[in-house]
Design a protein around this ligand. Structure first.
Ligand code: SF4
Length: 331
């Protein structure tokens, strides 16, 4: 992995933020590209949000990129552009929680801060028999306390790496306990609780949203309308086609589409519905049931807060993955 044995706090920070919600195989190339485009804090602080989000496009959880940007600006403005080396300053950066701060402190500065990610939670709660919910305060602080006690004082970075790997490779969802070196001291193994621990709160059902995207293309210029999502929530800062949120996934009729395009863009002429695409897209807490409508017609004089852009320049804008999937088929 390109970040293996890395000791530069900036690079460790970037890799940890990328890996927060992303598998290693997916994050790998993004990390290499990110470091290439933004080799240091100052370069990251000076870039535009649009350019940054374009580099992040497809990785999801875009608040991570926005927080990296905010944090880089803060480091430049208030810390002379030097990445902080004290825990309190590191954890005060936007988007940095206890896990990331501990990773930076131990990997970059060899300080004794134990990392506690999902793998570590699983190992500690099984070996020590934590019965409280580990995603609640009491259970997680027990894990933190134990981690502080058992961390290797001489090699904290190595300890952190090893326990995370142990959770990922050995003490995983279906562990082979018979061949585990810790089975004689492991509470879960000795008390038949391997499949019970760690205890967590029941998962919430995903909220369903029905999104209808209008990809309206002007007959003559072949230009399209896109809109930057400025409101807080999913995809903030990214671009999307004008969007109608409805109560169901019933396809809009041509007359509904005509009315919409007329009110949004002042188009009075007949429209042609060239294609539709249905797609279900899952985010952590949301299931999006989307329908895209590719419509060609002559646009009027209105724009209603959209950018009217050439199809050739679409690739310069950062879109959510769902829209990228559509554009790959219907550009
Ligand atoms: S014995 Fe099983 S549950 Fe216990 S640490 Fe080893 S792999 Fe994990």
């Amino acid at each position: 992995m390109p970040w293996y044995k890395e000791s530069d706090p900036y690079r460790i920070w970037i890799s940890e933020i990328i890996l927060q919600q992303t598998r290693v195989e997916q994050g790998w190339n993004y990390y290499i590209n990110f470091i290439d485009k933004f080799p240091d804090v100052k370069t990251l602080a000076q870039t535009s949000e649009d350019y940054l989000l374009k580099q992040w496009e497809g990785l999801g959880y875009y608040s991570r990129a926005r927080n990296l940007h905010k944090a880089a600006k803060l480091i430049v403005k208030e810390m002379n552009g030097i990445f902080p080396s004290e825990y309190d300053s590191v954890i005060s950066l936007p988007g940095v929680g206890p896990y990331t701060a501990a990773a930076i402190m131990s990997f970059a500065y060899q300080k004794r801060y134990p990392v506690v990610d999902g793998n570590v939670l699983r190992v500690i709660s099984r070996v020590f028999g934590i019965q409280e919910l580990v995603d609640k305060k009491e259970g997680s602080s027990q894990v933190q306390q134990i981690s502080k006690t058992i961390i290797d004082k001489a090699n904290p970075a190595e300890y952190n790496q090893v326990i995370m790997n142990f959770g990922a490779l050995q003490c995983n969802r279906n562990p082979n306990c018979t061949n585990c070196g810790l089975n004689n001291i492991c509470f879960a193994h000795n008390n038949d609780q391997v499949q019970v621990l760690p205890r967590k709160t029941a998962k919430q059902k995903k909220q369903i949203k029905y999104f209808h995207f209008i990809d309206f293309i002007d007959t003559k210029s072949q230009n399209r309308f896109i809109r930057k999502r400025v409101e807080k929530g999913i995809w903030q800062g990214l671009y999307a086609f004008p969007l109608i949120q409805k109560e169901d996934n019933k396809a809009m009729t041509i007359s509904e589409l005509t009315n919409y395009v007329e009110s949004e863009f002042g188009s009075k002429n007949e429209l042609e519905l060239v294609a539709t695409m249905k797609k279900i897209h899952l985010l952590t807490h949301i299931r999006i049931e989307a329908i895209f409508y590719k419509i060609v017609g002559k646009h009027g004089t209105k724009r209603n807060g959209t950018d009217y852009i050439s199809t050739n320049t679409l690739s310069e804008f950062a879109f959510p993955k769902l829209l990228d999937i559509y554009l790959q088929k219907y550009l």
